[in-house]
Design a protein around this ligand. Structure first.
Ligand code: HSE
Length: 427
């Protein structure tokens, strides 16, 4: 039986689960692949002898410099020192598997360049949607397809919060506390609720689909902190559920990448994805519509994705010695134009408070009409005093026109407050 030496840096939830999975299913992997994966070194500053046994070391260099380790797994998270370790592994001629979304989203370009120069491969399936094999699916199973859209619920914490607010009438804070207790949230949950975690995943998905490295800083981002129970209720009444979506669209060399709360029609498959589950909806020319669903966080699901990359690299190493090199990841780097969010066309949900008297709606609709923005639906909620709650759904319009119109509407004497503006999507 061929043996392949592996090493791990970072023995937190994911790294520990990788070791446990290897112990549990190592012989099954050997049976299926004819390769024995041998854990030679596992590094963490915290004592993890209980998990890694005699492979345990405090010193990451023992992984990076080990002559018999062909594949280094990085499960530390964060940029520093993970980046230095990954680059050192590459320089030492080792393939790398990482679950680190921030590292790949921010520094993928530099890392892949270094890997190509050193004839090794970096794989990162676990960096997006934990256990869902979405990157393999996009780059291999759909390799014959032109992919025009990838829309995903890629953050379990926010999906859990929105689901609890929608289905159990929980408040935001209470739902967030539950998500943290269940271990879905990042160490700093701001990264989840402000959309940053989803932005990293969107950048990686955009790269796999388009070959373009999009700097996360250039991705439009809105989190879920402004979503209220009122929005969730009103959205429900007009047939939608609110989800935080990462949306990537690619048409004629023009790329859209954005993360924001979205009103998803109840009839769309993403609307049914609840609790901490993730799902990625893909539109491509040959396959049509398809959706990939599962757990996007947690030790075991994420370890499953890490191991799929390790097995892929181990098989190639055995089949072609050390020559499998940079060709393994077949995304060709491309330059595409990133569409400005102001130019994106879409439908919108508005909630506003206005005076309850004749002519108010006429005033609002005339501003929209001047901007050629058409109103699809208006619902007037019960008035309190002489203040009415209006919910308006706008038809497909350019974001800049909506923003300009709303600026004018907010200054009308009949409009007290624009409470929220949420994009309607997944259409
Ligand atoms: N905090 C992330 C989530 C974990 O809630 O989905 C996986 O990246």
């Amino acid at each position: 039986m061929q043996q392949i030496g592996i090493g791990i840096i970072g023995l937190g939830t994911v790294g520990s689960s990788v070791i446990k999975l290897l112990k549990k299913n190592g012989s099954l992997i050997a049976e299926r692949t004819g390769i024995e994966l041998v854990l030679l070194k596992a590094a963490d500053l915290r004592n993890r002898k209980d998990i890694a046994g005699k492979a345990y070391t405090k010193n990451a260099n023992e992984v990076l410099n080990h002559p018999e380790i062909s594949i280094v797994i990085e499960t530390m998270g964060g940029v520093s020192p993970a980046k230095q370790f990954v680059l050192a592994a590459i320089r030492n001629g080792k393939h790398v598997v990482t679950s680190n979304k921030e590292l790949i989203a921010k520094h993928g370009k530099e890392i892949f360049k270094a890997a190509a120069a050193n004839g090794v491969t970096v794989l990162f399936e676990a960096s997006v949607c934990g256990g869902i094999p979405i990157l393999h699916t996009l780059r291999e199973c759909l390799a014959s397809n032109k992919i025009s859209e990838v829309s995903g619920i890629v953050n379990g914490t926010t999906n859990y919060i929105l689901s609890k607010m929608t289905n159990e009438d929980l408040g935001f804070e209470e739902a967030l506390k539950q998500a943290q207790q269940k271990g879905y949230a990042e160490a700093d949950p701001t990264m989840d609720v402000d959309g940053s975690d989803a932005v990293y995943k969107a950048a990686i998905l955009a790269y796999v689909v388009s070959g373009a490295h999009v700097d996360p800083k250039n991705i439009y981002k809105e989190g879920i902190t402004k979503i209220t129970k009122a929005d969730i209720e009103y959205a429900k009444e007009v047939g939608y559920v609110i989800k935080l979506l990462a949306i990537i669209k690619l048409n004629n060399g023009e790329l859209e990448v954005r993360v924001h709360p979205t009103l998803v029609p109840n009839t769309h498959p993403l609307a049914k994805v609840s609790d901490n589950y993730n799902a990625v909806f893909v539109r491509s020319d040959a396959m049509g519509e398809s959706m990939y669903y599962g757990l996007g966080a947690g030790g075991d699901p994420t370890a499953s994705s890490v191991m799929s990359d390790v097995i892929e690299l181990a098989k190639k190493t055995v089949n072609c010695g050390s020559c499998c090199g940079p060709e393994t990841y077949k995304v060709k780097e491309k330059k595409v134009t990133l569409k400005k969010v102001e130019d994106i066309k879409g439908r919108y949900y508005l909630r506003m408070e206005t005076l309850d008297k004749p002519g108010v709606l006429a005033g609002i609709s005339s501003v929209f009409a001047k901007k050629k923005v058409s109103i699809q639906e208006v619902v007037q909620k019960e008035s309190v005093g002489n203040v009415a709650q209006l919910v308006i759904i706008l038809d497909n319009s350019r974001e800049k026109d909506i923003r300009d119109a709303l600026k004018k509407i907010s200054k009308l004497s009949t409009v007290k407050k624009i409470n929220n503006v949420i994009r309607v999507g997944a259409n």
